[in-house]
Design a protein around this ligand. Structure first.
Ligand code: SF4
Length: 369
């Protein structure tokens, strides 16, 4: 018999039977609702992240909710950690601790895998092939240094590693992290900054050198979505539309203008190159026509012309306008098209000069003149 939860998920076309995707989404929603973290605590694992984000969260600034896709990424990370833990549990049965709590004067952290007989800590992560050259990630090393500082060293010492499992191949890449007491003190000073800001009730400023369109603030995900930090609106939108004095926004608009100009130049160049290409194709096409072949071989190269047969298309809109067919009859063949978004970045000083300049009489001759 279906549970109450499953009944809510029923596919109306197949009563009583939810599909795997819906079940997975339910699982993710449950996960979203049960976090092991206290939002008012400093998380040791965040020491290498943007500290402003930590202060915004602790001071209860509104955060964008985690999307199901992000939740799924976290879920996948947990599954990876469970899998890596089995390698250790198989070799050291009953001697592996998971999610060991690390307490500090600032907040709590969790060590993924602790091998008791070796006194060895494993921080488990996953990665992709394209990210391998950037490993280990500094944020992860900082986190492990803090766990060394607050747990491994005070409880008798030990070793630590970060293991990244490559998604495409399953191969593990291991990076040992040796305790560096002086560096750990620098990290502690970062946590002090967060605590000081929270005590004053004022979030830390946007760090120097970050951009609204680059990680960790905003970035294009592998899925092709522009993704942002959960607190993005408190850093980059709060002053809009009166933003002209905000250096970060001034910089972003200026960069957009430069990038658009560069894009226009590249595109114009691309068009010129395409004209040259088309002329060469046309010339070689004539030679092919003369030879009755679609191939020309010359100087060790081969140019091939492939021709697809044409087809007839029908213009439904024109047919409706001409009254040949009704709109209702065409409804089943309708396709929704997304609206277009266009951008323009204009130099306000140049625009003002143009507006002041007297209009030149049109050069176009009127018909019949
Ligand atoms: S948007 Fe950028 S600066 Fe603002 S909290 Fe997030 S990461 Fe930090």
């Amino acid at each position: 018999m279906a549970t109450a939860e499953a009944q809510v998920l029923e596919d109306p076309s197949v009563p009583g039977r939810p599909d795997s995707r819906k079940l997975y989404e339910t699982r993710l929603r449950r996960r979203q609702a049960t976090s092991k973290f206290d939002i008012h605590e400093i998380r040791l694992s965040e020491v290498g992240h943007c500290l402003r984000a930590a202060t915004l969260r602790i001071l209860e600034y509104e955060a964008d909710p985690t999307s199901l896709r992000q939740e799924s990424i976290f879920q996948k990370g947990d599954e990876e950690e469970d899998h890596i833990a089995t390698w250790w549990e198989d070799e050291y049965p009953g001697q592996i601790d998971r999610q060991v709590e690390v307490h500090s004067p600032f907040g709590t952290g969790h060590m993924d895998i602790w091998c008791i007989p070796l006194r060895h800590y494993v921080e488990a992560k996953s990665t992709t092939l394209k990210s391998v050259p950037y490993l280990p990630i500094k944020d992860h090393v900082d986190q492990v240094q803090l766990y060394h500082h607050y747990w491994i060293q005070p409880t008798g010492g030990g070793t630590a590693e970060i293991v990244y499992r490559v998604k495409e191949s399953g191969e593990p890449l291991v990076f040992p992290v040796v305790y560096d007491a002086a560096y750990a003190q620098e990290l502690v000073a970062r946590l002090e900054r967060v605590r000081g800001a929270v005590e004053f009730g004022v979030p830390l400023p946007v760090p120097r050198g970050v951009y609204m369109d680059q990680f960790p603030c905003g970035w294009w995900s592998d899925a092709g979505e522009f993704t942002t930090c959960a607190f993005w609106k408190h850093c980059w939108v709060a002053g809009a539309p009166d933003t002209t004095s905000d250096p970060a926004i001034i910089d972003a608009v200026a960069r957009l203008k430069r990038v658009e100009e560069l894009h226009d130049r590249v595109e114009a160049r691309g068009k010129r190159v395409a004209r040259v290409r088309d002329a060469l194709r046309a010339a070689l096409g004539r030679i092919m026509d003369a030879c009755g072949s679609g191939v020309v071989r010359a100087g060790g190269l081969e140019a091939v012309r492939l021709t697809a047969n044409g087809w007839t298309d029908y213009n439904g809109r024109a047919a409706i306008e001409a009254g040949v067919v009704t709109k209702a009859a065409m409804e089943p063949f309708a396709r929704e098209r997304l609206g277009r978004v266009t951008w323009k970045v204009r130099d306000l000083a140049e625009l003002a000069v143009k507006k002041r300049a007297p209009k030149q009489p049109s050069q176009k001759k009127k018909k019949g003149a």
